[in-house]
Design a protein around this ligand. Structure first.
Ligand SMILES: Cc1ncc(COP(=O)(O)O)c(C=O)c1O
Length: 366
């Protein structure tokens, strides 16, 4: 892919303090238009507003697909993207579901590399867990109110230097278990598309209004996940997380989390037994009451791994005995962050270095 760069400038030590997730931005963005069945060249320009016709498909029918991944600076200063191939594959699976054009995986990754390379100065030091969040997004721009597969799309990438969602040393939090579906079997739950998230906000708000960080979706007594992170519990020393193929033959309910996948890959390295199997709400609440469930948590790019101490459900609260991070949760968390930061060996090949060498950028004067 040819990438044109215009109006670019470099900032070596941005001075703004990073104290949250997703609020700071970097100076540049990547854009690429799809129309007449082809992808045009890519552009890197200063971050700017997007002009859309008021009838653009995305504004009415939520035609979009997005991804969320990280660039992290290792302790010796190099910048790596975490598992971009996995994100590219998930992006394209989501695009298929939402009738958006796929982007060839090497081009998706090259676009990210190019933008992160140009805004490299905004990838923070990774002490305290800071990183640069990468948000690719594709929106259907076709101006027509008829509900038909759109033909025109805009793909763009923006970056946001961030801190982990729940802080560098996350205190255990509580979830509100709700008998609601974030996604429906056979629906769009395995696609990262905006409507899934907009639809979940009512329950997130309800949870927040009662002092919980998120809703935990219970579908016919089965524990699924939260609005933007996968769930696990430690029961009798085993790390247990619901399977992605749903339950009773139903698929598409739980998002195929890449942090979840990474954690399942490192658990054997840490000699922690693991099981991907269905968890009923009864099993979870009983296990907390009897003390067999010793730790719980949620996993995702923004949260990394966040311990949960309490599940609130139907006027009851169920709290695990340990109010701390938990031995297994903290071992997994440290191991993951140490691999990201280049302290532990990257033996599963998750880190993708950002180097100028592979980039086909054409610089243009103003
Ligand atoms: C619904 C949902 N579940 C789980 C996750 C965790 O996925 P990942 O680890 O790839 O960020 C996310 C975030 O992307 C999500 O939106």
């Amino acid at each position: 892919m040819r990438i044109h760069v215009k109006n670019s400038y470099s900032v070596v030590n941005p001075k703004k303090a990073i104290d949250s997730f997703g609020t700071l931005t970097t100076p540049h963005m990547f854009t690429r238009v799809f129309g007449e069945d082809t992808w045009e060249d890519g552009w890197i320009d200063q971050r700017h507003s997007i002009e859309l016709d008021p009838s653009a498909f995305v504004l009415h029918y939520a035609g979009n697909v997005f991804e969320g991944m990280k660039a992290i600076r290792t302790v010796d200063g190099n910048v790596n993207i975490i598992r971009p191939h996995e994100h590219a594959m998930r992006f394209n699976r989501s695009c298929d579901r939402m009738v958006a054009p796929e982007m060839p995986e090497p081009e998706f990754i090259e676009a990210i590399d190019a933008l992160v390379h140009i805004d490299n100065g905004f990838v923070p030091d990774s002490n305290e867990g800071a990183y640069c969040y990468i948000r690719p997004n594709i929106i259907a721009t076709t101006p027509a109110l008829g509900l038909n597969p759109p033909a025109e799309f805009l793909f763009y990438i923006i970056l946001s230097p961030s801190k982990p969602f729940f802080g560098a040393n996350p205190a255990p939090q509580s979830l509100l278990a709700v008998d609601q579906a974030r996604a429906h079997p056979g629906g769009t739950g395995q696609a990262k598309t905006g409507g899934n998230y907009a639809g979940s906000l009512l329950f997130k708000k309800r949870a927040r209004d009662h002092g919980h960080i998120e809703a935990l979706y219970i579908d016919q007594n089965q524990v699924t996940e939260t609005g933007a992170a996968n769930f696990y519990m430690i029961k009798d020393g085993v790390f247990i997380t619901p399977p992605l193929n749903g339950f009773e033959g139903k698929s598409g309910v739980i998002l195929q989390g890449i942090t979840r996948k990474s954690i399942l890959e490192i658990l054997p390295d840490l000699n922690i037994p693991v099981s991907e199997r269905a968890i009923t709400l009864d099993e979870l609440l009983t296990g907390i009451t009897t003390g067999n469930v010793t730790e719980m948590g949620i996993m995702g790019t923004a949260a990394v791994i966040q311990p949960i101490k309490t599940i609130a459900y139907d006027r009851g609260t169920y709290t695990v005995a340990s109010q701390q991070l938990g031995t297994i949760t903290s071992a997994v968390r440290n191991h993951l962050l140490n691999i990201y930061r280049g302290i532990e060996e990257d033996k599963h090949n998750w880190l993708h270095p950002v180097t100028a060498a592979s980039l086909s950028m054409v610089y243009q004067e103003r």
